[in-house]
Design a binder for this molecule. Sequence first.
Ligand code: GDG
Length: 497
Amino acid sequence: TEAAPGPPGGSDAYRPKLIVVSNRLPLTVKRTPAGGYEYIMSAGGLVTALESALEQRNMPAVWVGWPGGNVAIADQERVRAQLLEEHTLMPVYLDEQLYELYYNGFCNDVLWPLFHYVPLQVVTQDGERKFDYKFWTAYMTANHRFSEAVLSVYRPGDQVWVQDYHLMLLPSLLRKRLRRAAQIGFFLHTPFPSSEVYRILPVRKEILQGVLAADLIGFHTFDYARHFLSVCARTLGLESSPRGVDFQGHFARVGIFPIGIDPQHFLRTLEQPSVRARIDELQERFRNERVLIGVDRLDYIKGVPHKLLALETLLTRYPEWKDKVVLIQIAVPSRTEVEDYRKLISHTNELVGRINGQFGSVDYAPIMFINQSIPFEELCALYSVADAAVITSVRDGMNLVSYEYVMCQRDKCGVLVLSEFAGSAQSLSGALRVNPWNVEELAAAIHEALTMTDRERQMKHWKLYRYVTTHTASYWASSFIAELKQAGALRGDGQQR
Ligand code: GDG
């Protein structure tokens, strides 16, 4: 069945739109004390990327996703109409129990760890089964709900762009309901693991089949794409070429689209008088210390304990840094409903206490641990005053923090110490690339970053700067949308490869 018919005036009058689908909408719906609702917009990287890409292409868009919070059943229709008309956002309502099983259960306790090379545990600490089919059933149900919402706004000619591991069944659910000609794209923001890890997933075939109904499947790096192709061959016995996979007469193209940031947003913010004043203030505050910055969601993939241990090693091996170097670690709490994340918080707190206790004094603490989100302006000011950024992810799809630091270092040319396990390490050749599991090597790299000559720092910085300012978020979105169009058009002509 085709979704809703075109608007009055025939298809000639219709300007096709892009339908972006992600787990979360770029806004949160909050209940006010008066019983109404307020909408708090959140301008993340994806929003900015899409906005400028769509502007360039002069293309309208609708965003489909979960609106956060709870909207009373009686108000759902009204809120939906208002969001759609005023903000071109289409909410997908999921009740608390479903969201818990789908999001915390299947997405964040099964797919997320596995895609970051953390194998499934058989049982939890409480002796519960970790992979429970009720998680999987909830994932299927949630993906169905998203497909209903997409179908309700879809018109022939629209492009649908599905984001991330939360919605891997959506391409096939949509394909079943839409004409063959519908253009469906899928982008994975996480790594795609090697087949030896992926094959652990009890529903490995179903997930693959879900994605393979897309016309274009995008990854951040060449390695993730290669892993995906080999998983298709090994798990489903499909024939593949570097360009994509044949699945039941449908050719799914595979492409590499490294995401970026919006450099202008950072440059503009650094120019704001209040931010400049804050930078001066911070420089004065740290005039006798060298500053290292770390910015991470507090997630086990970010390797925060590895970073803390490296700092401890640095202070032990190079005691001249005692009293002279400080790590400002922003660690934003994340997914605290999941047990592994709660354990990480207490483990990290212990390490911070131990290191500050060992090397600190009344006047000095080597680690400033900020366990909450800070405003964007403050983040830019901190990036700008830091002598080096330390990124120690043990796995990371891309890692935008590495790009953001570079953009805020135009004057200072600070050094980027970057884990080779972050997707961004594949493109940022001006970084000091390290293996975060080798704590000694990591400590030595931080020492090197802090003692590098001006000339060397500048050369490395300009290399990084050139990459970050050309491979922007808007470039990422435009190239994906353009290639999706091409993939759809080729398929329409029956020329698959
Ligand atoms: C996933 C993939 C991939 C952090 N703390 C604060 C704050 N942030 C912002 C950073 C950055 C963003 O959060 C984090 O982005 P990352 O890319 O580093 O990491 P994930 O959240 O894990 O994102 C990742 C990404 O998707 C995109 O495809 O790169 O690999 O895991 O923008 O600046 N922002 C503010 N205050 C904070 O305290 N304002």
